[in-house]
Design a protein around this ligand. Structure first.
Ligand code: ADP
Ligand code: MG
Length: 607
């Protein structure tokens, strides 16, 4: 046999195979078909879209819309590769305002499934219908039906068994398809959606429902009611939407939704924006929940980065990033960060069910001193209620009449609960009355947050007051770390941390922020080294400086177990009432847990 006969010949692929290869990029599973068909309906100006699924979409996906419809003569063209009505030249790619533009989806879908299409324009008396199987189209026939378009996709991957084998269970595929529908329903206010599976209605929203109503329908009332609105503008770029309190943060980003000009996105930069806007409020590894919609000139963003169009490239990424974080931060800070007592109560109840005891949820630590406290032996045995310190009678009985004048940072918000009685429990927690219940505060977490906010505020004004030392405190850190720190001496001085070299491997601490209560210079220096090493950030970056201030605040605040005088406790509460950020400590632990009357009634089975 000659070698020439064996050599493979180059041939142009048949149309069907080309389309199947293209389908490999965009049509992975039923959910991808749903996405493409619903996006087409939206591009056609639909106000109502119905998605019917069978067997997770593998057996049937039918998307019906009331959009503009197609001419009978256009129907076969819609299924030809690279046929689109949405752009006509290369320049159009620079400002894409539709969801689709590649002209590939219908051709791809028709190459891997059995498709039937019906469409009627609003001004046409009759519509047209067409079937395609294995890429071969039937003739177009006249047919009756409502104005709009209905595309039916049956037996997905019937002719590409390799792909079909990659499909997961019906429930999984259905879940993914539903996720696509719900994201689009959240992105497209003004459009109604209905989704059914095997004839049962799974999800619907009315065209008139706003974003909060749609979140309620999708994820429930608890989340929807807790959302805080976000709004901001930078030129003609607008940000609107909601952020949720941090207790709704999750291990994954499934409740992080960004929409750009009505297109749901999963974009790394936007995920980073959310992380930055929540810095200090959400613990590491948790993903905040948010629903955010960006409207901007399509020319300022490239959506043609990936065939599935889930990623984008902003023309001015730095500016965009700064704008978004600045717009989000105030909203994040005004969410309710207190751990609701109700959640804690159900936890305590579960513990009781198994243990049959009422032992120390509030164990005193360390064991309290005798002075001014209940008998510590009894406390340790858990025999007595944990109320360790009771305040004197309310110092100002008329609520809100006046704030105690002698406090070092008095409140100005007129909080009428400030002067009421409180208890210090286990020298760690402060319990005080609220108009509709009571709250328990963690004094260390609260003090830390307040110190940090004051430091940050002073830093932003360029006015951190420094307590200089007559003799520097020396900290041995080793040569490498000393050199590392040296690069940051100037930046650290801006946050009131005055350092110098003292021979090889030793750092001299010449001064620290005056605001710190009992600064532990050595731990602080080690913290700063750890922070610089971990961040890898530029020495003067605000992020790094904030982190140093966090650590400084933490290293100097009232510790759990510190005895506080009544005056000190009142000063702490007053300052907290004055601070907008008093609900979590800088490391995002909550500073307070609230119990409302409703929580108590539930606990006592009164309702
Ligand atoms: P693209 O959306 O990228 O243009 P598609 O293959 O998804 O490509 O669709 C091809 C064309 O078919 C569209 O450009 C549009 O003109 C037409 N089309 C598809 N679906 C609909 C629909 N639901 N209503 C009206 N026209 C449609
Ligand atoms: Mg399309």
């Amino acid at each position: 046999m000659s070698l020439a006969a064996q050599r493979p010949r180059i041939a142009v692929l048949p149309e069907l195979v080309k389309n199947q290869i293209a389908a490999g990029e965009v049509i992975e599973r039923p959910a991808s078909v749903v996405k493409e068909l619903v996006e087409n309906a939206l591009d056609a100006g639909a106000t109502r879209i119905q998605v019917d699924l069978e067997e997770g979409g593998v057996k049937l996906i039918r998307v019906t819309d009331d959009g503009c419809g197609m001419e009978a003569s256009d129907l076969p063209l819609a299924f030809a590769a690279h046929a689109t009505s949405k752009l006509s030249n290369v320049d159009d790619l620079e400002h894409i305002a539709t969801l689709g533009f590649r002209g590939e989806a219908l051709a791809s879908i028709a190459s891997v499934a059995r498709v039937r299409a019906f469409s009627r324009r609003h001004d046409a008396p009759l519509g047209a219908q067409l079937e395609i199987e294995g890429g071969r189209a039937s003739d177009v026939r006249e047919a009756g039906g409502a104005a709009g378009t209905s595309i039916e996709v049956r037996d997905l991957f019937f002719n590409t068994p390799a792909r079909r084998r990659f499909l997961k269970t019906t429930a999984t595929e259905l879940g993914r398809a539903l996720d696509v529908i719900q994201r689009l329903a959240l992105a497209q206010i003004g459009v109604g959606f209905v989704a059914t599976h095997d004839g049962r209605r799974l999800f619907d929203v009315e065209p008139s429902m706003d974003l909060r109503a749609r979140v309620r329908r999708t994820f429930g009332a608890e989340l929807a009611d807790a959302l805080v609105p976000v709004s901001g503008a930078d030129g003609d770029t607008r940000l609107e939407g909601f952020v949720a309190p941090v207790r709704f943060a999750r291990g994954d980003t499934s409740r992080q939704m960004w929409f750009l000009n009505g297109r749901p996105l999963r974009d790394k930069i936007l995920a980073r924006v959310l992380r930055d806007a929540h810095r200090g409020f959400v613990v590491d590894g948790k993903q905040p929940t948010a629903f955010l919609s960006l409207a901007m000139d399509p020319a300022k963003v490239d959506v043609n980065v990936h065939p599935a169009k889930a990623e984008v490239r902003f023309r001015d990424e730095r500016r965009m990033f700064g704008f978004l974080v600045a717009a989000l931060r105030p909203a994040v800070q005004s969410t309710d960060m207190a751990t609701p007592g109700e959640r804690l109560l159900s936890f305590a109840q579960r513990r009781d069910d198994t243990a049959h005891t009422h032992t120390h949820t509030l164990a005193p630590q360390p064991a309290p001193r005798q002075h001014g406290f209940a008998d510590s032996g009894a406390l340790a045995r858990g025999e007595r209620p944990m109320f360790v310190r009771e305040s004197l009678a309310p110092s100002t009985p008329q609520a809100g009449a006046s704030t105690p004048a002698r406090l070092d940072e008095p409140a100005r918000r007129g909080d009428d609960t400030l002067c009421g009685p409180f208890l210090q429990v286990a020298r760690t927690y402060i319990v005080r009355a609220l108009p509709d219940g009571f709250e328990v505060l963690d004094q260390h977490a609260l003090h830390e947050r307040l110190t940090f906010e004051q430091l940050r505020e002073e830093f932003e004004r360029g006015a951190i007051e420094v307590q200089r030392r007559l003799t520097p405190e020396l900290v041995e850190v080793g040569a490498a770390h000393a050199r590392l720190l040296e690069d940051h001496f100037e930046a650290l001085a801006q946050v009131g941390v005055l350092l110098g070299r003292f021979g090889e491997g030793v750092i001299a601490v010449h001064g620290l922020p005056a605001r710190l209560r009992r600064p532990d210079a050595e731990s602080l220096v080690r913290d700063v080294i750890a922070t610089i090493e971990a961040s890898g950030a530029a020495p003067d970056s605000g992020v790094l400086m904030e982190e140093v201030l966090h650590r400084a605040a933490c290293r100097s605040s009232v510790m759990a177990g510190d005895e506080l005088s009544e005056i000190e406790i009142r000063a702490l509460l007053a300052r907290a009432a004055d601070s907008p950020h008093d609900q979590t400590c800088p490391h995002a632990r909550p500073t307070r847990v609230r119990f409302t009357l409703a929580d108590l009634e539930k606990a006592f089975h009164r309702r």
